[in-house]
Design a protein around this ligand. Structure first.
Ligand code: G3H
Ligand code: 13P
Ligand code: NA
Ligand code: ZN
Length: 328
């Protein structure tokens, strides 16, 4: 059944677990998440970016999630708008039936220019007022996602800050976070701790100087009742990179956010962990393998089946690791 983000995150906080929030664009991804959740009896957060709505089209995206609700009526599902770049985008998602929206006011509507604190508070508070009046939850974001190795904002997908960033921008400030939550009344807060979107997050297995789990602890100590959200939290498993390379893909050396670091973060208030890239890697590896092993096949069902199975495996592993198995 459709539930709000607030309901799920409150339950997660009471029971000390975290929830992966998986991005969806197509039926195979929705299937993988729901099958994994069904097997482990885990609650689900499915999120769609503006790019997902553009790819599938609003009706196809909405009906895929509605299909999941119908096929798995016993699983609580949050339908969440990922990175809403304006109040208008959030309102569009609510009209589509989403039970939760992210108002990402860390950047201006162009998705490139770093926004002021006051602008961020203004747009987020506005979305909270409208959303809460109809039972929809809101995630805000304070800080700019980007690499502490290069001091660059997100650059892999279309959105992300341009130019050189400062340490102050790339690490969410605990006092500012407290002011932000008080002023906006958002249900969950996405924070910046050195992660970025996509496969190329770190040039080595991250240590505390480039992945600031310690900053999460400081923020949680300051606002213990706020649900924290980690973006750019794919783990980029080396075995998935190896599979893609083995079957003809070109992936440079790269490292993601280790699962054990996420587990540590969950002990300090992180309740929602955003994952897109790991599912992309799993599906790509499986499809590349299939084509190399079966050069004469051309029925999409035959190669999408191993792809969705590989995605399901990633989902199951994260449900287990974050402690949400058995919590549906
Ligand atoms: O925000 C990043 C998510 O991975 C969604 O990516 O904008 O390519 O759909 P996307
Ligand atoms: P990844 O690119 O690490 O999967 O992050 C996804 C995300 O943060 C979506 O909002
Ligand atoms: Na989000
Ligand atoms: Zn994100």
């Amino acid at each position: 059944s459709l539930v709000s983000l607030r309901q799920l995150l409150d339950h997660a906080a009471e029971n000390n677990y975290g929830l992966p929030a998986f991005n969806v664009n197509n039926m195979e991804q929705v299937w993988a998440i729901m099958e994994g959740a069904d097997k482990l009896n885990a609650p689900v957060i499915m999120q769609a970016s503006a790019g997902a709505r553009k790819y599938a089209g609003e009706p196809f995206l909405r009906h895929q999630i509605l299909a999941a609700l119908e096929a798995y009526p016993h699983i609580p599902v949050v339908m969440h708008q990922d990175h809403g770049q304006s109040p208008a985008v959030c309102m569009g998602a609510i009209r589509s039936g989403f039970s939760s929206v992210m108002m990402d006011g860390s950047l201006m509507e162009d998705g490139k220019t770093v926004a002021s604190f006051d602008y961020n508070v203004d747009v987020t508070r506005k979305v909270v007022e409208l959303s809460h009046s109809i039972g929809v939850s809101v995630e805000g974001e304070l800080g700019v996602l980007g690499s502490l190795e290069t001091m660059q904002g997100d650059k892999e997908d279309g959105h992300g800050a341009e130019g050189k960033m400062t340490m102050e921008q790339l690490l969410t400030d605990p006092d500012q976070a407290a002011d932000f939550v008080k002023a906006t009344q958002c249900d969950a807060l996405a924070i910046a701790i050195g992660t970025s979107h996509g496969a190329y997050k770190f040039t080595k297995k991250p240590t505390g100087d480039i992945l600031a789990i310690w900053r999460i602890k400081e923020i949680h100590a300051r606002i213990p009742n706020t649900h924290l959200v980690m973006h750019g939290s794919s783990s980029v498993p080396q075995e998935l990179l190896a599979e893609i390379r083995e079957f003809g893909g070109d992936m440079k050396e790269t490292y993601g956010v280790p699962v054990e670091e996420i587990q540590e973060a969950i002990k300090h208030g992180v309740r929602k962990i955003n994952i897109d890239t790991d599912i992309r890697l799993a599906m790509t590896g499986a499809i590349r393998r299939f084509f190399v092993e079966n050069p004469s096949k051309f029925d999409p069902r035959e190669y999408l089946k191993p792809a969705r199975e590989a995605a399901k495996k990633v989902c199951e592993a994260r449900f287990e690791a974050f402690g949400c198995a058995g919590q549906a």
